[in-house]
Design a protein around this ligand. Structure first.
Ligand SMILES: [Zn+2]
Length: 53
């Protein structure tokens, strides 16, 4: 698992992030870093809302 520290420094997850913000964060994260996968709950949310990757 490789961590893109620079990306994490520039893209901190906001505190009390809404589900939409978390989805956006994770989609951006996935493209830039692979330290952790998208949580299953968020994947369900992405599918339900049909958010484009
Ligand atoms: Zn990461």
């Amino acid at each position: 698992m490789k961590i893109n520290k620079e990306w994490h420094e520039k893209n901190k997850m906001p505190k009390n992030a809404k589900i939409e913000e978390r989805v956006k964060w994770h989609l951006a994260h996935q493209k830039n870093c692979h330290c952790r996968p998208i949580p299953e709950k968020l994947l369900i949310e992405i599918k339900r809302k049909n958010i484009k990757h």
